[in-house]
Design a protein around this ligand. Structure first.
Ligand code: HEM
Length: 498
């Protein structure tokens, strides 16, 4: 495999005159004795620490974290190339797989590797093809109706025009209901019942994976703190719920006609697993149901939260999104009722889609990705050993003026033909919020549909009175496996037409 070469920045301590460079010669923040760079990063701001270092040391550097010698790559061409070299040359970090297994999460497509991953990926991809996602639309509409009802209730309850909505929490209810309905074919409805059992348990998992991945000592293997015991209990309950849903689905699948036309993700996976040569077990199915719940909830809700904040802070873009929805989701008598919306209607919302791309460029929920070398190899001509972690900084080229002019500004028009000069020709290969290569996010079409649906519902039904943060400034970024905004509160008013 031929590798791209990177020019070292002028500030870098490495001469490009003497290839091959050694990994240990790469520039990087000076490590401290014993602890390396570990004490120079903050757990919940690690993405910003990396981004800051890249600005100083260049797009190919080294850091030493938690006993690991980590290569850091921020050049998007090179990132795309490494992501495409999976599963043969790079894998997801083995540590993440070990931590998830220890927590009791069975392997799903996110952590599986090699042939096991390839088999799971084939099964999962079939369930997420754009055509298949369209069949989920009625169920998604139903969940969007519940979110609308919840916010209408909040708006109408307000005595002085508006009441606070905990934006991230409500959107997590929306996405957990959407994905559970889709995965299990049952109505979980945390939006209306206030019974957020599954959501409360899932919410503990990402932060725990993040904390444990960066813990200096695996103390929980020796002594469990209350939060570790709470996590064990959550894992027991979620795994128990998944097994119950699987048992119910198996009963339904005894009917040959149901087996011939499975109705949801879980049934489809069970049928696939039962095929004689599938190589899939019930454990694999459980792992993938768990994976969908985890991968589909936080990411989509967080992307929506960020976009709503961006729109609120950019009134011109917000007004254009509202105008587009009023124009395209309309009848001669007035707004087109949500019950009549179709995926084709949402597909026409070009400005809204551009807002999503722009928001994900500035606020990717995964500002970095991590891969691990499976064998001795080289990156940009620099040899690395098998097992070397390579941290990919996804938000570097995406926020450089040379690549996206006026990069700091939220300008959705750069994603449309009207303002192509504001984006590089290959914009979608530079901004990669869903990753790239064979392991690109299989849920991306579903996620885009959910985001458009919720945003269109919001703008058709409500006026946004405010999107506030605790300190009145743009929301702070808090890293806990995904990059979430801190403390967003939204206030809405029922539009007179609603
Ligand atoms: C806006 C929402 C979402 C974002 C930003 C997002 C982002 C990502 C990213 C960055 C990756 C890693 C890709 C790579 O390593 O190249 C990924 C993987 C994955 N995502 Fe998503 N995702 C979203 C929604 C979803 C949804 C709704 C689902 C499913 C219900 C999902 C399921 C998965 C799975 C299963 C993987 C692992 C794929 C593999 O390793 O083969 N994601 N996602």
């Amino acid at each position: 495999m031929k590798h791209a070469t990177l020019e070292a920045p002028e500030s870098a301590a490495v001469s490009t005159q003497a290839p091959p460079r050694r990994f240990s010669d790469l520039p990087g923040p000076p490590p401290w004795p014993v602890v390396g760079n570990a004490l120079q990063v903050s757990l919940h701001r690690m993405h910003q620490n990396m981004e800051d270092w890249v600005k100083v040391h260049g797009p190919l550097m080294q850091v030493r974290l938690a006993g690991f010698h980590v290569m850091v790559v921020a050049d998007t061409d090179l990132i795309g190339q490494l992501l495409r070299e999976r599963p043969e040359t790079f894998r997801r970090p083995s540590r993440m797989q070990a931590i998830m297994r220890e927590m009791g999460i069975p392997d799903g497509v996110f952590v599986a590797e090699g042939e096991h991953w390839a088999r799971q990926r084939r099964m999962v991809m079939a369930s997420f093809a754009p055509q298949q996602v369209r069949t989920y639309f009625p169920a998604l509409l139903n969940v969007a109706h519940c979110l609308r009802a919840r916010w209408l209730h909040t708006a109408d309850q307000a005595t002085e025009g508006a009441q606070d909505i905990d934006l991230q929490a409500d959107l997590m209810r929306f996405t957990v209901d959407a994905i559970s309905g889709l995965a299990f074919g049952v109505d979980v409805n945390t939006l209306q019942s206030n019974d957020d059992v599954i959501q409360r348990h899932l919410d503990k998992i990402f932060p725990t994976i993040w904390r444990r991945a960066h813990a200096l000592v695996p103390y929980w293997q020796v002594v469990k703190l209350p939060r570790d015991r709470a996590l064990d209990e959550s894992m027991r309950l979620v795994n128990g719920a998944i097994r119950d849903f699987m048992a119910q689905a198996r009963v339904r699948l005894q009917a040959p006609e149901r087996r011939a036309a499975p109705q949801n993700l879980l049934e489809a996976m069970l049928v696939a697993a039962d095929a004689p040569d599938s190589g899939m077990s019930d454990e694999d199915v459980a792992g993938n149901v768990f994976t969908m719940l985890l991968a589909g909830e936080d990411t989509t809700a967080t992307s929506l939260s960020w976009m709503i904040e961006q729109l609120w802070r950019n009134p011109v873009a917000l007004a254009r999104a509202r105008e587009e929805i009023d124009r395209l989701l309309a009848t001669p008598e007035g707004p087109l009722p949500m019950a009549q919306w179709t995926p084709e209607h949402l597909a026409q919302l070009d400005w809204l889609e551009a807002c999503i791309h722009e928001s994900m460029r500035l606020k990717p929920v995964g500002p970095f990705n991590l891969v691990e070398a499976l064998k001795d190899t080289e990156v940009a001509g620099v040899p690395i050993r098998a097992g070397t972690p390579v941290l990919l900084v996804m938000r570097h080229d995406t926020v450089r003026d040379e690549v996206f002019p006026q990069a700091e500004r939220f300008l959705p028009e750069r994603w449309l033909p009207e303002a192509e000069h504001l984006a590089p020709a290959s914009a979608k290969r530079v901004s990669m919020p869903f990753g790239a290569g064979p392991r690109i996010c299989p849920g991306r079409f579903l996620a885009m549909l959910e985001i458009k649906l919720a945003a269109a519902m919001l703008l058709q039904t409500f006026d946004i009175a405010a999107v506030d943060t605790p300190d009145g400034r743009p929301a702070q970024e808090h890293m806990a496996l995904t990059m979430v905004p801190v403390g967003l509160k939204m206030r809405v008013r029922r539009r007179t037409a609603a």
